[in-house]
Design a protein around this ligand. Sequence first.
Ligand code: FFO
Ligand code: GTP
Ligand code: K
Length: 428
Amino acid sequence: MEAAASDTIVALSSGSLPAAIAVVRMSGPRAPEVAEAIAGALPAPRTASLRVLRDPSDASPIDEALVLHFPAPDTATGEEIVEFQCHGSNAVVRKLIDVMTSVKGCRLAQPGEFTRRALESGRVDLTAAEGLGDLLAAETEAQRRSALRIARGGLHDELASLLEKLVTLSARLEAAIDYVGDEEETGGQDDALRAEFAAIRDKVDELIAKPSVEPLREGIRVVVGGPTNAGKSSLINKLAGSARVIVSDIHGTTRDLVEIPVSIGGVPFTLVDTAGLRESDDTIEQIGIELAGQAQRDADILLWLGDPDQMPEHPRAILVRSKSDLDETSDGTGIAVSSKTGDGLPSLMAKLTELARGIVPTADEIGLSDWQADTLRVVRETLDVHSEDLAILADSVRSARVSVGRLLGAGDVEDVLDRLFGKFCLGK
Ligand SMILES: Nc1nc2c(c(=O)[nH]1)N(C=O)[C@@H](CNc1ccc(C(=O)N[C@@H](CCC(=O)O)C(=O)O)cc1)CN2
Ligand SMILES: Nc1nc2c(ncn2[C@@H]2O[C@H](COP(=O)(O)OP(=O)(O)OP(=O)(O)O)[C@@H](O)[C@H]2O)c(=O)[nH]1
Ligand SMILES: [K+]
């Protein structure tokens, strides 16, 4: 059957089974009648009530569950919603969903389809939906804080205010262009419009300067480099809190890039172990050393465990004197760290969190995803006209409006939605 927007959709909205309790959600026009056929009379709106759920085809019981009815339009999707909080076994959930989806016009939801409907009904905008996607994927405090702020409309509000300014200016420009009047009388008015145009351009510059959420999504890339046997793998294991990569006294143990996600101070980092640098005849090791060099250049932060004179140039490099428990000839440069005793680890972690502040949004900053930043750059280019001619300014404002509208989910954004909702969990 072709998936239609008017279908009633069903999904398991809670996590993997078995679980103590599972939430099965149904959204769409047929939700109340289907729920009534299964659970009998619906409870009062937004009130949980215990019901025996039955298969309407033979009245056999499926489970005993809590039922909630959220009447349209004031719901998460803007549609009729019924939720079942049932026992979280595979058999119960499968039977319940089978019974629901056997009804005509009722089918399994696609990933992200509840949120897509929330977007289509105007309950959330595109920035909030994107924030929600990040919130569902959040593993660390910094990810959760940033995503929640955006999911709750933090970025929407700033973009909506920009759009409103563009719409107002657009109307004023059109009026001024149409007005045929006294030059002197309109001159001051026209200058005010030109000033407003410049102010909006500045506002876009301000928005573009916001930090990126991308390193927050992927984890800040900390590449650990240095000669063989410097203690790179040992340090990564220590930072990760468990033995994740192979440590040995054999030189050239690590050959591939190994990525280990960790949370330090609530901030997500991806630690990257690399092949130790040395002269080698081994082809595989040579490839590993090449990859190491590339990874170091691409790193957000470079941890260098080696001779300070050999340290590659990098805007955010931390010099680490490893194996400080053995170090008799300490010359005081860099951070002395021992993976054996743990000495110096707190200083190193503090340094990492300090550098992170310049890479990911801080607790009270709102960040931009790559496509949002790219779209704002398009807006900025559109507004990059320096003409006295109001008609030219009006053209540029009109195009800018379209792009800012797209950021909020207006116009042709199917490609953006497919990319976004493709990553969503089923049932959201
Ligand atoms: N059981 C359950 N828990 C959940 C959700 C859910 O759908 N079901 N959510 C799913 O995302 C989140 C909560 N989000 C929600 C967003 C809006 C509305 C809602 O009904 N909004 C109406 C009425 C608000 C009111 O007055 O209470 C509205 O905005 O008009 C409900 C949940 C997290 N927890
Ligand atoms: N005493 C002491 N030994 C350490 C410390 N860190 C690492 N080692 C030892 O040094 C040796 C090499 O450690 P690795 O962590 O494998 O070094 P690596 O830099 O990853 O080595 P490659 O994979 O060869 O590049 C192992 O025998 C570790 O036990 C330390 O802080 N103190
Ligand atoms: K080694």
